[in-house]
Design a protein around this ligand. Sequence first.
Ligand code: ADP
Length: 189
Amino acid sequence: TEARLPPGKTLDTFDFTAVPMISKAHIMALCAGDSWLEKGANLIMIGGPGGGKSHLAAAIGMALIEAGWRVLFTRTSDLVQKLQVARRELALESAIAKLDKYHLLVLDDLAYVTKDQAETSVLFELISARYERRSTLITANQPFGDWSRVFPDPAMTLAAVDRLVHHATIFEMNVESYRRRAALQRQST
Ligand code: ADP
């Protein structure tokens, strides 16, 4: 489908016992959408690899689509590349405007965007354009303090984080990798 959600990553297959800091009731409330998508609020999930951020992000995206919202799921680096191409073709503004049709844009894995890639400022421009109008869900392996590895300079990092967190729910999912946990459990039985 157009939403490009990864298959099988749903709420039904998500084990909430692995993330005790997150209440299922809170997630179910977010899956209704109105409380945050109507005001363009954001959702940010931070934590080490394998902790279930992408799975939960996809599951929320799927539930929101079922509830009638328009959602696009993309790896952050893929979208940054597309926006860079648009910028070169002098079409960045319209490329960003096209994303307006999505109530929620899921940017998965901010970690894989680095400022070595030319012009990561396209990401900043996207964030600024959506601010207080359209919602963005970001998953990231690094805490905010390390986001300076993503944006071109400290001022832009600060401004981007400021806009993102102004109206945001932040989940810190610092749990052991689910894959690793499952492998260890298999060994001990
Ligand atoms: P992250 O995005 O935090 O790096 P993923 O969501 O990609 O982690 O999770 C890695 C793998 O483990 C995926 O196959 C995912 O479906 C599975 N997984 C992680 N957490 C859970 C969970 N709480 N319940 C079920 N599967 C999970």
